[in-house]
Design a protein around this ligand. Structure first.
Ligand SMILES: [Zn+2]
Ligand SMILES: [Zn+2]
Ligand SMILES: [Zn+2]
Ligand SMILES: [Zn+2]
Length: 338
């Protein structure tokens, strides 16, 4: 194969998406150690090598001409060696994805002049392969489309959400424009589709300051459990659950919360047997001459006491099917072991 004159960033993007598809990666941070294990590539640390050969880690670095990592191909399998004495764990993650990049880009198979040793390649050729591996690393650890869709634009947020080092985060930001230019519409479509649920959850997850309830909803202005409007973005999940009823695709309880009757005996919104309203929705409405002039009508989750749009009570709560949130919280906290 002819040696590329410049880095093939478009191919890198295809291979990065190939990795997401093959490893079924749908969220972040990704797990380089898992990927290596799944592919049965060899993995060895610089410390292990140093011990095996009775030399220092510095001597291993010198032998590989690499501070961080190195990949060997023996004709059948790839083995990654990485410097485990590096204290920044995000840097190791980057190194591993960089080495996986060399493997995914077929560098060791396509270019026999390589073996990725700086001295065996001209500086220009070495740079081409390094640029490809670096692009692969940043576009798998924190892909450009995902970063843009999450509206992340600070080093700190990149570090937190993608588990990368500060320096990798800086490079990620700097290379956004470069990477975006390479992104063809089909890559964007793939990534948007593949990470859809992750992006949605990230953008719309909320935690209530008053009752500690965590939920994901794009439209909520009020907490469905306690009606507080003090909602903030949170990564923590489910540290406080509130019981409710399971609902079917039409928002009806699978069985009547009062008499235990099942769906078959439902007549619209009501249970045929006990006439309970079996749909949990907002009760906010305006009446005029005994007729409903306007109603909020927002359909709610099975544990919602209040409307997420207007904060009014829900049908389930009005029918005494759900406990007061304060009571449930107290009861659950008493059960906690600490
Ligand atoms: Zn490299
Ligand atoms: Zn709340
Ligand atoms: Zn009933
Ligand atoms: Zn409402």
């Amino acid at each position: 194969m002819n040696f590329p004159r410049t880095a093939r960033y478009d191919i890198v993007m295809t291979r990065a998406n190939g990795l997401f598809a093959k490893e079924k990666i749908t969220g972040f941070p990704i797990e380089p150690f898992e990927i290596i294990k799944n592919n049965k590539w060899g993995l060895v640390t610089y410390s292990e090598l140093a011990e095996e050969y009775g030399v220092t880690v510095d001597e291993i670095k010198a032998a590989f001409q690499s501070e961080d990592g190195y990949t060997i191909y023996d004709g059948t399998n790839h083995t990654i060696a990485y410097n485990d004495t590096v204290s920044v764990h995000g840097r190791i993650r980057f190194t591993l994805m960089h080495e996986i990049g060399h493997i995914y880009m077929n560098h060791l198979i396509d270019f026999d002049e390589t073996i990725l040793r700086r001295s065996n390649l001209t500086e220009t050729k070495y740079k081409v392969l390094e640029n490809e591996a670096n692009s692969f690393a940043r576009n798998t650890l924190a892909p450009v489309m995902v970063v843009k869709d999450l509206k992340i634009n600070s080093v700190g947020d990149l570090v937190t959400h993608f588990d990368i080092s500060t320096s990798a985060a800086k490079t990620r930001l700097k290379a956004l424009t470069l990477d975006y230019k390479v992104l063809l519409s089909q890559y964007i479509r793939f990534q948007r589709h593949n990470f859809k649920s992750f992006i949605y959850t990230f953008l719309h997850s909320k935690k209530c300051l008053q009752c500690s309830y965590y939920f994901v909803n794009a439209e909520a202005k009020y907490c469905p459990v306690c009606s507080s409007d003090k909602l903030y973005k949170s990564k923590e999940k489910h540290d406080m659950r509130y019981d409710g009823y399971e609902l079917d695709e039409f928002g009806r309880a699978y069985e009547c919360p009062r008499c235990g009757n099942e769906e078959l005996n439902y007549d619209g919104d009501h249970c045929k047997i006990c006439s309970l309203i079996i749909i949990n929705k907002c009760t906010n409405q305006e009446m005029w001459n005994g007729e409903i002039q306007w109603e909020c009508g927002t359909m709610l989750d099975g544990n919602a006491r209040y409307c997420i749009k207007c904060g009014y009570e829900s049908t389930f709560y009005q029918q005494n099917l759900l406990d007061k949130w304060e009571d449930e919280k107290k009861e659950k906290e008493e059960l906690l072991p600490f």
